[in-house]
Structures are given as C-alpha cells and as structure tokens.
Write a protein that binds this ligand. Structure first.
Ligand SMILES: Cc1cc2nc3c(=O)[nH]c(=O)nc-3n(C[C@H](O)[C@H](O)[C@H](O)COP(=O)(O)OP(=O)(O)OC[C@H]3O[C@@H](n4cnc5c(N)ncnc54)[C@H](O)[C@@H]3O)c2cc1C
Length: 120
C-alpha cells in the first residue's frame, strides 16, 4: 500500500533510547512514518558492558551505526541537535541544517560529570 503523506519524525541521539524508539516506530507504523536520526556518533556501543572491561572481560562491542537496525530504518544525519523552533516545528543542527518534523524526540542521554573536584 502506498502512502501519499508520511508522518515525519526527527530523533536526536543514537543511544539505547533513540534506537529503541526508531525500531518500535518502524515496527508499528512502517512506511507511514519517515524518520531522521541526528547524532554525532557513527558507532553504537552497549555502555553497560564497558564496566566489565577492567576485569578482563571482552571489551563492549561497538556496532557501526549503519549496521544497527534502529539506524537502518531511519535517515542518519551525522550532526548535533542545537535548538528547536517549536512554532515552525523545525529542529536546527550545529551544522545549520533545518529539519521539519511532525514529532520530535530528544533522546540525548545525560552528561557524565565527576561527583567532586579533585584537590589541587
Ligand atoms: C559505565 C556505564 C555502565 C552502565 N551500566 C548500566 C547497567 O548495568 N544497566 C543499565 O540499565 N544501565 C546502565 N548504564 C546506563 C545506560 O548506559 C544508560 O541508561 C543508557 O545509555 C541511556 O540511554 P540513552 O539513549 O538515554 O542515552 P545515551 O546512551 O547516553 O545516548 C545519548 C545519545 O545522544 C547523543 N547526543 C548527545 N547530545 C546530542 C546532540 N546535541 N545532538 C544529537 N545527539 C546527541 C549521543 O551521542 C548518544 O548517541 C550504564 C552507563 C555507563 C556509562
């Protein structure tokens, strides 16, 4: 079945949350949804496994983003989400791209910071 109009989804991020969302949307809505995934990373690694590395376990596997199913069902844009114009429903990137959306998902994770400052 051909769909004349697709619902445009822009997903910012390519971690677990973003990729799970892309796969779920693809599963539920198929060709009715077109997705653009904006992220600076071109590889996805399963971070929880990295805590085993110091104990001699195999390093956490990194999968090239192009091979991940969550990325293959979207258009990958290697860039960073910068700001959003909610009135025009447009996401702006660091490199100046303007991505129009019907729905925007921010799955940007969290910043890692030390819990305290080391003494000088
Ligand atoms: C060492 C370690 C061990 C962990 N162990 C466990 C565990 O055992 N069990 C567990 O449940 N959880 C664990 N976690 C936590 C788990 O990794 C996180 O909960 C999970 O990664 C969060 O997924 P996320 O997609 O929300 O964010 P992230 O995985 O952080 O992904 C964020 C994504 O957003 C991208 N991004 C950031 N800024 C921008 C921007 N401006 N524009 C576009 N993209 C952007 C990043 O490049 C990345 O792709 C662990 C984390 C770490 C670091």
């Amino acid at each position: 079945m051909r769909h004349e109009t697709t619902f445009k989804v822009v997903i910012a991020g390519a971690g677990v949350a973003a990729l799970e969302a892309a796969m779920a949307l693809h599963e539920f809505a198929g060709p009715r949804v077109s997705m653009q995934l904006v992220a600076p990373n071109t590889a996805f690694s399963y971070r929880p496994m990295s805590i085993c590395e110091p104990f001699g376990y195999t390093p956490a596997r990194a999968i090239s983003a192009g091979r991940h199913r969550g990325v293959r069902c979207a258009e990958l844009i290697v860039d960073e989400f910068a700001w959003v114009d909610t009135e025009r429903q447009t996401a702006h990137t660091d490199k100046g791209a303007e991505l129009a959306y019907d729905a925007l998902l921010l799955a940007l994770g969290a910043r890692i910071r030390g819990p305290f400052r080391a003494p000088a």
